[in-house]
Design a binder for this molecule. Structure first.
Ligand code: SF4
Length: 328
């Protein structure tokens, strides 16, 4: 036990977080991949697009972002006057790590006739080098608005980009990044599970590799998967995304059975995101108490990154149509 943990030992953390939330006029935003105890006390739970919209619209003074660093940075880009805190600043993302800004800049410079359509799972610097950001729930809507003759670089998730290429018949150039969580699902183990539950449809996130997507009855964002779970008449569902989303499914549909798709050893623990798991109730309490770790972004960089996020929010909501984009 650390000295900090022992100091917190007698505290009712949920009550303390609630007290600090009111004192600070804070809003707690949590991604579906957060631990259940964090989801349970959040003001809003959602996917990246929904949380971006909440961050842009909130009148709170403090945004406590329970997710990973690029999400908290997105909140700061959209709400620069707010204090944005992240319980653990080490909560990164394998996709962000795979796409370093200098390498991405060189890739863009090598393809001057391409626009950069970039998944939100990237650094602020890479957002500043991009034309339009997408999330897994907005990517299809946005891509459908870009003329087919427009050449596109898509990064950093090659599986999401490949899925979009196949679905839309596009030929986007793909950055070679992957999500370590979705990459770990095993086709062999999934087929064993399907044999065991032959009536259970498979719902998969598009960050999964094609050999998992090929067995999916539904492919979509975390929110899409949640909505599919509600809509399907099936009583059992196999879920191929980070398993903490199953918490919301079980709360909404206690009479259905949700089974996390397995990794190579047949145990789905390898599909828990190690970055998302860094956030704990203790760290959230300390972040609200001390207003640290806090997200800082240099203003020029923020304004540059905001352009690609604004393009996403406008295109995802239908206020920008095809022809509004062009290569740099
Ligand atoms: S689940 Fe994958 S994409 Fe999401 S934060 Fe974790 S490593 Fe990144």
């Amino acid at each position: 036990m650390t000295a900090q943990t022992s100091l917190l030992a007698g505290l009712d953390l949920r009550a303390e977080i609630d007290r600090l939330r009111k004192e600070r006029n804070a809003v707690i935003l949590a991604h579906y991949y957060q631990r259940p105890e964090i989801q349970d006390l959040a003001d809003y739970i959602g996917d990246s697009l929904e949380l971006s919209r909440k961050a842009a619209a909130t009148d709170a003074d403090v945004i406590a972002f329970c997710g990973v660093r690029f999400m908290a940075e997105t909140a700061k880009i959209l709400s620069p006057d707010k204090t944005v805190i992240l319980p653990d600043m080490d909560a990164g993302c394998s996709l962000e790590d795979s796409c370093q800004p200098d390498q991405f800049r060189a890739f863009r410079d090598a393809h001057p006739d391409h626009i950069a359509l970039t998944y939100i799972n990237c650094s602020t610097e890479v957002k500043a080098l991009s034309d339009v950001i997408v999330t897994s729930s907005s990517a299809e809507t946005i891509l459908a608005k870009i003329p087919p003759e427009q050449k596109i670089i898509f990064g950093p998730d090659r599986h999401l980009g490949g899925y979009l290429n196949r679905k839309f018949g596009r030929d986007m150039l793909l950055w070679p990044g992957v999500c370590i969580v979705h990459e770990a699902f095993s086709e062999t183990e999934l087929l064993k599970l399907k044999a065991q539950y032959p009536d259970a449809p498979v719902a998969a996130h598009p960050e999964c590799p094609p050999h998992i997507i090929d067995h999916a009855d539904y492919v979509g964002s975390t929110t899409g998967i949640l909505n599919y779970a509600k809509a399907t008449p099936a009583r059992t569902l196999i879920v191929a995304t980070e398993p903490h989303i199953i918490h919301q499914m079980q709360l909404a549909m206690p009479d259905k059975l949700f089974i996390g798709a397995p990794g190579a050893d047949g145990n789905c623990n390898c599909n828990i995101c190690p970055y998302m798991a860094l956030n704990t109730l203790e760290k959230l309490y300390l972040a609200l108490r001390d207003l640290t770790p806090v997200v800082h972004i240099e203003e020029g960089l923020r304004l540059q990154a905001k352009k690609s996020l604004d393009a996403m929010l406008a295109m995802a909501s239908g206020t920008v149509g095809q022809g509004d984009l062009g290569a740099r």
